[in-house]
Design a protein around this ligand. Structure first.
Ligand code: NI
Length: 253
């Protein structure tokens, strides 16, 4: 069974194709985690998860949404919902928002603390902020996944030493994506997870189109190639990893 640990299904890109995208994944996917980036989209993620048995929600405040310090009481409130199985996406993004670095850091740490309090894993976004993200996740120990990991092999090793998982998406299928291919080859399979980050980062040969969970088949194929294992072996292992991280939280999965 396949798992998609990160997708923005409430995004407008899916408005007209949502049922189709979900139905084509039915029976093939054990779980699709719909991610919010603020209060509204977190609520949207929960609403979607209510409609489909194999959809779950991840709620939180994305670093790109941070422009001031905010009251995060809504996260604890929404997390009471039985289909909320993670806090995210949260993290640091200096690519878009260099000026709010300190707010980003503070809100990231606050959300890690909330996740720990609720015993939920975190789904972490890190862009152009690799060292700061690592430092925070090292100091404020929690469990979680580095979603759409884009750092170095060395840093990935450091993360796995701390027990964090590495999220692999469509980028690994791109011909020139040398580093992430190296990461997949190097890192123990027990730390890898699969995701779309849809609607973005669609794997080859659909690059440029709206991403769909079903395209994770291409990510699995690439991981199998790099690991010199069968697709079934990869799929099974990644599903087990998923259970290790997200299982036994709010819901028996
Ligand atoms: Ni995302």
């Amino acid at each position: 069974m396949l798992v998609d640990t990160h997708i923005h299904l409430a995004d407008d890109a899916y408005l007209d194709i949502l049922d189709e995208v979900i139905e084509e994944a039915r029976g093939r996917f054990k779980s699709i985690i719909v991610s919010g980036v603020d209060y509204k989209t977190s609520l949207d993620a929960i609403r979607l998860a209510e409609r489909y048995d194999f959809l779950y929600a991840s709620i939180g405040l994305h670093p790109q949404e941070v422009t001031k310090l905010e009251n995060l009481a809504w996260i604890k409130e929404l997390a009471k919902h039985e289909k909320v199985i993670a806090i995210g996406e949260i993290g640091l993004d200096y690519y878009w928002d260099e000026q709010y670095k300190d707010f980003q850091k503070e809100l990231f740490i606050k959300q890690i603390k909330i996740a720990n309090e609720l015993d939920l894993p975190v789904v972490v976004h890190s862009r152009s902020a690799h060292q700061d993200t690592f430092d925070i996740l090292k100091t404020h120990k929690t469990k979680g996944v580095l979603h759409c990991y884009s750092g170095s092999v060395e840093l990935a090793r450091e993360y796995t030493k701390l027990g964090y998982y590495i999220g692999i998406g469509g980028v690994v299928t791109f011909k020139n994506a040398k580093t992430i291919k190296e990461v997949v080859s190097d890192i123990d399979l027990k730390y890898l997870l699969t995701e779309t980050d849809g609607p973005y980062l669609t794997p080859h040969p659909y690059r440029g189109k709206v991403n769909r969970p079903i395209y994770i088949e291409y990510v699995i194929s690439e991981i199998a190639k790099l690991k010199n294992k069968t697709k079934n072996e990869i799929e099974e292992k990644i599903y087990n990893n998923y259970l290790e991280l997200f299982g036994g939280t709010n819901e028996e999965i």
